[in-house]
Design a binder for this molecule. Structure first.
Ligand code: UDP
Length: 323
């Protein structure tokens, strides 16, 4: 039975990856400090599968007993609200967290996969974004703490690969949505869905003409799983190439939920909110034979059903974010 360490394994994507690994017959050690992850995301997996939870901040070096075959490094705040509220944790998990995860992989002779992000492209000047594009990042902007941490981490992963012989992979994850996103993480999917379900105004930032491309989490995890089987060390974009404006997205959620909520326009949360974002997934198609299978409507229906259940089952809800 292969044994993996998943840092950030109690987070949104990390918990879905953990679930996929155990379904493939793996044993998983989840390492999470729970500042944005949630133990409830993996409670059922801990009960039913060989999943061990270690409450640990990966910015501090980690010893794991026994064999480790794979380290998946997914720990990081990932929502703009989170990285505005936790700028230092975001910077240092990219730096020390990645170094510690790499050292663990080297020490154990394990393979390594790093969860990077489309934010390395910043507010891109090239569309769609392919892996060869170097990006347009504002290093001193409020989003810089996330973007530069992930860019530094990619450099570190490549240096470990080039100079220390680490067996590494890098996935650049574009906007992803699905079950287990945090209700109040401030990202557009939980915000719009919860606002629509509660009949509150749907808050479009700016004029809503900025675009994003939304990938359902099961599609993303399939791509990560396939990449994990390869020896490919350069970055690979994973995301859905279907691009929508945020206003279209708000209208779609309103329609699917049949919500009476009005759509209202608000100031941007960050001044350098990317204008357009859309992945070029040629590399993933050729290398992995991968492309998203779940349509936006289907994925949103599943996600909305999750949030509906969640809202019904929780009387004491965490407050909507303050932004
Ligand atoms: N957004 C919005 N209303 C919200 C939350 C987000 O209009 O309540 C916009 C945000 O300005 C951005 C897009 O939706 O243009 C995606 O935001 P998110 O925070 O989900 O992720 P990002 O891609 O910016 O990291």
């Amino acid at each position: 039975m292969p044994r993996a360490v998943v840092t950030g394994g109690a987070g949104f994507i990390g918990s879905h990856l953990t679930e996929r690994l155990v379904h493939e017959g793996w044993e998983v050690v989840v390492v999470d400090n729970l500042i944005t992850g949630q133990r409830r995301n993996i409670e059922a997996l801990e009960r039913d599968y060989p999943v061990q939870f270690i409450h640990h901040d990966i910015r501090v070096p980690l010893q794991v007993e026994g064999r480790v075959d794979y380290v998946f490094h997914f720990a990081s705040p990932a929502s703009p609200v989170d990285f505005i509220q936790r700028p230092f944790e975001t910077l240092t998990v990219g730096a020390y967290g990645t170094e510690n995860a790499l050292n663990l992989a080297l020490e154990k002779g394990a393979k390594f996969l790093f969860a990077s992000t489309s934010e390395v492209y910043g507010d891109p000047l090239v569309h769609p974004q392919s892996e060869d594009y170097w990006g347009n990042v504002n290093p001193i902007g409020v989003r810089g703490v996330y973007d530069e941490a992930k860019r530094y981490a990619e450099s570190l992963v490549m240096a470990y690969h080039r100079y220390k012989g680490a067996d590494t992979r890098i996935v650049r994850i574009f906007n992803t949505y699905g079950e287990r996103m945090r209700l109040n993480d401030g990202r557009v999917v939980p915000n719009f869905v919860c606002q629509a379900l509660r009949g509150e105004p749907i808050t479009v930032y700016g004029d809503g003409s900025q675009t994003r491309s939304f990938c359902y989490v099961a599609d993303l995890v399939e791509g990560i799983w396939r990449l994990a089987q390869t020896d490919y060390h350069l970055p690979v974009n994973l995301g859905n190439p279907q691009e929508n404006t945020i206003l279209e997205f708000a209208q779609l959620i309103k329609e699917i939920t049949q919500s009476p909520s009005p759509i209202v326009f608000r100031e941007f949360l960050t001044p350098d909110d990317p204008r357009r974002r859309c992945p070029d997934i040629t590399r993933a198609r050729e290398l992995l034979g991968w492309e998203p299978q779940v349509s936006l409507r289907d994925g949103l229906e599943r996600t909305i059903a999750y949030f509906r259940r969640y809202l019904k089952s929780n009387t004491a809800l965490p407050p909507q974010n303050a932004f």
